[in-house]
Design a protein around this ligand. Structure first.
Ligand code: 0GY
Length: 310
């Protein structure tokens, strides 16, 4: 007799579902574009959410992700383990495998992970782990545990993806600098975009990037914005208050920036972005064709598919 199916858990109150019919972008993504930051949520009937999760999302499985990929003109995805799945990477690895070489994965692992499990994850397409310091999402792990993980993954050529709030960087940056792998920072380290781009907080972040082996995802304008999605000039230019921050990172570090959608956009309570508008945001951030090619194609290929042609 098989075990009874788990009872589906209701969504967190106020949870907004992903945008069902995204517009067609006006900006045409270059061939080989990689969406380096997206997730899968379940579907929970097949991949139940983790008991320790801090939110319960709607379903956002691989078929919907691949449909969005094709609609937007994206070639490949990097699927980042979402906290709602804890350290059970099966929904993510199932999606990566199903993409048939067109996806890589970022896992969550515990310090007692063994080499055989890391090898299994590598064969499934995983190329990094995520360390999350955002307290509303996880109980943060002791640095000693994270150092153990970083040491175990380094021989695989993986990197560490860091998710933190900008106010926490001063406390964390020495620890980050001690890690033995390349680092990839989610969402530009979540700057407060109401502060000046040339102010001490963002300058500190830029210097951290300059002096370490750091890549930056210029992602999540919809999460960082205060002014919101309004396309004020009727030109599909949304999230304009984030542009000075993201364009500054692209100008300073054109060879170490990455782009992504963050679909299915966890924990947004005010508005859900139209993913077509997120694509149209790209030319505001990377203003030359050369910058766009690096951001969308050359950089992510170097990090996630080294040596492979587009
Ligand atoms: C993001 C941002 C968030 C959530 C997660 O794994 C997650 O739960 O990443 C957030 O709530 O800010 O990168 O998707």
């Amino acid at each position: 007799m098989s075990a009874p199916a788990p009872t589906p858990q209701p969504k967190t109150p106020g949870w907004l579902d992903w945008y069902a019919n995204p517009s067609a972008p006006s900006f045409r993504l270059p061939a080989g574009t990689v969406d380096t930051h997206c997730h899968v949520f379940g579907p929970q009937a097949a991949f139940p959410f983790a008991p320790e999760r801090k939110y319960t999302p709607c379903d956002g499985g691989k078929d919907d992700l691949f449909a969005l990929r094709d609609h937007l003109g994206v070639a490949r995805n990097v699927i980042v383990q979402a906290t709602c799945h804890g350290a059970d990477n099966s929904a993510m690895t199932d999606a990566v495998r199903a993409a048939g070489g067109r996806a890589r994965g970022i896992a969550t692992v515990r310090p007692d992970v063994d080499e055989a499990e890391l090898r299994r994850l590598h064969e499934a397409g995983v190329r990094g782990v995520r360390f999350n310091f955002v307290r509303r999402l996880v109980e943060t792990s002791p640095h000693e545990d994270l150092s153990i993980i970083a040491k175990k993954i380094a021989p695989f050529g993986w990197h560490v993806v860091l998710y933190f709030e900008s106010a926490d960087l001063p406390d964390l940056e020495d620890f980050f600098a001690s890690l033995p792998t390349p680092l990839v920072v989610d969402h530009m380290g979540r700057p407060d975009v109401t502060r000046p781009v040339g102010g001490p907080e963002f300058s500190r972040f830029l210097r951290f990037v300059e002096h370490n082996d750091v890549w930056v995802k210029v992602t999540c304008p919809e999460r960082l914005t205060v002014t919101g999605p309004a396309a004020l000039d009727g030109e599909r230019h949304a999230y304009t208050d984030v542009v000075p921050f993201s364009s500054r990172v692209v100008d300073e570090f054109p060879d170490r920036v990455l782009w992504g959608t963050d679909w299915p956009h966890p924990n947004l309570k005010n508005h859900m972005p139209d993913d077509g508008l997120l694509v149209d945001h790209v030319p505001q951030v990377a203003r030359t064709e050369e910058q766009r090619h690096k951001l969308l194609v050359a950089n992510p290929m170097r990090l996630y598919w080294p040596g492979e042609d587009v």
